[in-house]
Design a protein around this ligand. Sequence first.
Ligand SMILES: Nc1nc2c(c(=O)[nH]1)N[C@H]1C(S)=C(S)[C@@H](COP(=O)(O)OP(=O)(O)OC[C@H]3O[C@@H](n4cnc5c(=O)[nH]c(N)nc54)[C@H](O)[C@@H]3O)O[C@H]1N2
Ligand SMILES: Nc1nc2c(c(=O)[nH]1)N[C@H]1C(S)=C(S)[C@@H](COP(=O)(O)OP(=O)(O)OC[C@H]3O[C@@H](n4cnc5c(=O)[nH]c(N)nc54)[C@H](O)[C@@H]3O)O[C@H]1N2
Ligand code: SF4
Ligand SMILES: [Mo]
Length: 687
Amino acid sequence: MLSKPDLVASVCPHDCPSTCALEVERLDDRTIGRIHGAKGNSYTDGVVCAKVARYAERVHHPERLTTPLRRTGAKGSDEFTPISWDEALDEVAAAFAQATEQYGSESVWPYFYAGTMGLVQRDGIERFRHALRYSRQTTSICVGTTQPGWLAGAGRLTGVDPREMAESDLIVLWSTNAVATQINVMSHVAKARKGRGAKLVVVDPYRNPTAETADIHLCPRPGSDGALACAIMHVLFRDGFADREYLAKYTDVPDELEAHLETRTPEWAAAITGLSVDEIEGFATLYGRTERAFIRLGYGLSRHRNGAATMHAVSCLPAICGHWRHRGGGALYTNSAIYPIDRTLMQGLDVRDRSIRTLDMSRIGPVLNGDPEDIGEGPPVAAMLIQNTNPVVVAPDQNLVRQGFAREDLFVCVHEQFLTDTARYADIVLPATTFLEHDDLYQSGGHSHLQLGARIIEPLAESRPNHFVHCALAHRLGGEHPGFEMSELEIIDATLKASGLPDLATLKAERWHDCMPDFEQAHFLDGFGWPDGKFRFKPDWPAQGRLGHLMPELPDHWAVIEEADAEHPFKLLTSPARNFLNTSFTETPGSLQRERQPTLRIHPDDARELNIGEGSGVRLGNRRGRVELTAMLFDGLQRGVLVVESIWPNRHFKNGSGINSLTGADSPAPAGGAAFHDVAVWVEALE
Ligand SMILES: Nc1nc2c(c(=O)[nH]1)N[C@H]1C(S)=C(S)[C@@H](COP(=O)(O)OP(=O)(O)OC[C@H]3O[C@@H](n4cnc5c(=O)[nH]c(N)nc54)[C@H](O)[C@@H]3O)O[C@H]1N2
Ligand SMILES: Nc1nc2c(c(=O)[nH]1)N[C@H]1C(S)=C(S)[C@@H](COP(=O)(O)OP(=O)(O)OC[C@H]3O[C@@H](n4cnc5c(=O)[nH]c(N)nc54)[C@H](O)[C@@H]3O)O[C@H]1N2
Ligand code: SF4
Ligand SMILES: [Mo]
């Protein structure tokens, strides 16, 4: 159990695949000290990221919201006045009731994402929505392209146990900057390197901190990994690395794929990716001859207009060689589907009406501006409740998003821990608790533990949990569901029991429950997630989403990305910053001190041609917007590629316009999402 008496068990709630098991130093019933990773958890293994180790800075931050607020200034300003919870909730309920009366219940759009990953506090807004027949949400902003990309081939959102990385001889971190975004992966990589002399390969368009530690860094042009994957497969077939027996048993159209790949040579891919033929041949040979090769697929490659097709192309690799058959071999994108949780009570699935319209959260800009592509003949969005997300900063096509939020006829309630850029557009702001101040249940995509995170300190001032807001508003608006009459712990206990999982008391005593399927299942040796059990090289894309019919039938370089052109000669990546988590932690002194300011990484040769020096002010632009920031000369990327590590609040940019002013809100195939790393821009020096 816990190693020191003053350490209390918890779980990191942030939007990170690691979902660390934590041990929190509780100083008194209102104060915490440092946070540590739980040593007894086989995935966390005593490690947490630095930003959460310093969580006292965030939970005890002087700018935490302490009371409900009513806006007194212009939308987007920071002029608010404190009001009581009752006044605030009455006002929100009145606005929702009025919108419903005027336009129908679909004009109310509860909007949320994963600022907390706790299943009760995050997903309870779904129960609130369904009970009141409000518009539904396509929850696409992060997984819109990754999920269909993985599902298209494997048929199930599961993969190899990440702890098996320790038994691999080759680990490929493909478009995940794990040092920054899921540090625990690096502990398991370290075990393999130390114990077995495993090689680490990183595939990423810039030399990020993870690539710096790699044995081989493949640095392709953004959005070109489909070509790289095809050329690798070409070599695997050509040089006898294909496992014919495995292919016949476990895959759909191996012969058709082999014929299709004949023209996808390393020379062809070199021209598209900017890699050399030798790099491609070298990596393909290494991969082909290493049975215990583990591909950890991150999100980066999917955040392009061709992202789902690319995700699928890379997921084909272990099936060619049959690497799935070996311990430490195969691939993992997520294990989010291994948890046998009955979500009916938490999400109110029993009162969901599928005929109610669904709006894509990634298209919040067009939606709020009444784009007919989104709202068709339906009513405008007239009122919103926003929890656990900061769309005025994180959503694509920011100028459109801000224009939408500035609408005088839109009522917005934001429930937040801080006065974010989004909260500044709210009519009513409600103060939220942090994970240390409320109870919740957590699953994880990056490992296999179901965990309980119980409240360990008193809520700050008048801050209240999301669940309180769902219940209080439902009661005022006449929304009915047993979940609104239960506490968080009662919902957790009932859910665990309904799911046939260990109950609350057991989970509390044991802290976590490992849901990892056995080796056979995790390696798809009992078949992939399709009726015939075969991995699909040739997916049924139309079944994955309404734009699926546009996609290439077989793995390929799908040339639908926003290409650089004469007017926009650079490709921009907006990859995550190490000390932030999306926009969370952009308020903590420790993170701000390390990240300093929004920075443009630009190749020294490009900088020279544009008269840009180290530390110069620069402006990036395209037809959607402009942002102003500071240049850093950096040779760890191809010429013509730029990186701005994000996501900084908008006010940190010299012109107050955030990085997502440059990104587009057009829907990637097959099912929507956002192409955050697929942006063509021009660059100029600021005078
Ligand atoms: N410190 C920190 N941790 C985080 C986050 C954060 O903002 N900061 N965000 C959290 C969230 S919400 C998520 S979804 C995960 C995401 O974490 P990751 O899985 O790591 O995915 P991305 O953030 O999209 O980007 C990862 C890498 O992909 C690269 N990339 C971009 N385009 C391409 C491409 O075309 N090909 C290849 N091969 N690589 C490409 C980027 O340069 C970046 O280095 O991290 C979570 N953890
Ligand atoms: N340019 C660019 N844009 C991106 C990305 C990128 O790589 N580049 N990444 C995208 C990705 S992958 C994602 S997932 C999104 C994420 O974007 P968001 O989901 O908006 O994530 P955060 O910015 O961290 O905002 C989460 C908010 O939830 C609040 N919060 C935390 N816990 C609670 C709680 O219990 N209750 C309430 N009421 N509030 C809480 C936090 O204070 C924080 O302000 O951003 C996307 N945007
Ligand atoms: S943000 Fe990720 S790495 Fe950091 S403590 Fe939370 S789950 Fe662990
Ligand atoms: Mo995400």
